[in-house]
Ligand binder design. Sequence first.
Ligand code: 5GP
Length: 185
Amino acid sequence: MTQVGDLIVGGILIEDTAIQRRVEELAAEIDAAYPVLEQPLVLICVLKGSILFTADLARALTIPVELEFVACRSYGDATTSSGTVELVKDVSMTLRDRDVLMVEDIIDTGLTTSFLRKHLATHHPRSLRLVSLLDKRSHRMREVQIDFRGFDIPDHFVVGYGLDVAQRLRNLRDIHVVEVPLSAG
Ligand code: 5GP
């Protein structure tokens, strides 16, 4: 068991093998959803949490893809949303008339994704869709259309497979639940 500050990394919620299987299935769904592409699909990796998911998804897709990166800030080192979202890194190319797929690790309140969707729409892409590995619906504050969904998860703070706690443990292969001991409030 690993401890980061007051937080204890608990049991496995989703095993590595289940993640890999689901990534393959999502890739097949996405391949099928873009039968005719004029130009490669632009995968927009939302840093940092989506990095491992994007890397695996990109390799599982058979359609041509390009990779772009954006970064938003909505969480500090705490386990709850700050409620505001800002863009800290934008895409480095024009997305006009391109097919664009936002790649998210997890949708929680929906604030980050709805902010990003509005921002990316200002580039006038040909299409703009969303794949999210995890969907945590219990705290949703903004309605979000998830076009491709990996797993529904209950109201837990999770780490691993790209997801961090205080920037750590992104490299765990499985997705784990984080527990806050009662003594830590
Ligand atoms: P939202 O704006 O939907 O509330 O949150 C989106 C971002 O919050 C995610 O991209 C992720 O960085 C962070 N987040 C939300 N829930 C969790 C969680 O359970 N674990 C971790 N590590 N990050 C989370």
